[in-house]
Design a protein around this ligand. Sequence first.
Ligand code: TTP
Ligand code: MG
Length: 386
Amino acid sequence: MNILHCDMDAFYASIEQRDHPELIGRPVIVGGLPGSRGVVSTCSYEAREYGVCSAMPSKQAYHLCPQAVFIPPHIEKYIRVSQEVFAILHRYSPVIEALSIDEAFLDVSGCHRLFGSSAQIAKLIKNDVLEETGLFISVGIAANKFLAKLATNLSKPNGLMELSNDQLIEILPSLPVSEIWGIGGKTAQRLNKAGIYTAADLLEFPRVKLESLLGSNTDFYIQLCSGQDSRPVLSRSDRKSIGNEITFPIDLSDQKEIEQLLLDLSCQVAYRLRHASLIAHTVTIKMRTPNFQTFTRSQTLQQGVDADLTIYDIALNLYHKSGLTGKHLRLLGLSCSRLLERNLEQPALFADENDILDKIIDDMKDKFGSSAIKRGSLLHNKSRNR
Ligand code: TTP
Ligand code: MG
């Protein structure tokens, strides 16, 4: 059992409780204020008892829990704490894959001589995090990433769980499909409609029919439902690609709308590249038609790219040449691969003229959140606002 999944408890809300001790033990909601059109970023476990959760409109949260203390987010502070937590994680393994501001996988296979068993390493991490930040982190231990994350979720808050094979046999079959990593709300609904509610239901379902529900990911989910996951923990420099995709609420064929979404995806992916100080030598777009056929188109470039509009130009060109313009699509994706550390590549002879604008946009996103600023042409994106 060499994979650890670490995730801070109620991250933003716990930081606010730590900094305002009078809030300890009370329902605290970080996010938009109740009078605004904002949403909940997160809330303390006390507020979760009333049904409040992340991404819920703040108005609804207020309705469920009017006595909660609402606090606007202080992102810069949360980033600072995140850096402290990641510095602690780096003490215990060089193989770390960050998943978000407060969550990471560690592969500790090579670390036992120095620090002891996986459970001992988890305890050391929990102690250090509590001592140095005053916050709780939950740690799940298992043989692979999927199970380690499951162990964390099962043990939260202030959890530490090593998922044994016996526990696995007991827990996994009845696990709701909505709890399986990567199965979002929409897919879970589709599965439920077909009578698949749990991992065991999914494994019993005829494979051919399953494929019409899960497409090219069918085998991957079958493996997860059997407790298998062969994906390695990838530290940043091992990362093979960075990508985002959108499944549309209804199939889209409007070329302008699809182009806008490509621009949106290009900006999201380019931002992630720049944040990781990486540049990409291959840009790939992925399109899935309503009958679940998936098409990809790629371009490999001599000079690495990380600018919003450069990536968009390439993606747009790939879309125009794909033979799928005007066709209905149910999913659109964009990914960048053949990644190189930015400072390892010779700078381009002429700096990309978009660099300065990207830098300004990045600074604003870092300060105010990734939805705080968008390119003007994205503001009227109908599908995103549906
Ligand atoms: P999570 O780890 O998903 O949530 P959490 O740490 O608040 O609670 P727990 O892990 O104990 O369930 O997300 C980490 C932070 O990311 C969270 O504190 C706030 C932010 N966040 C958002 O801003 N919006 C969201 O929709 C989610 C899910 C998280
Ligand atoms: Mg968390």
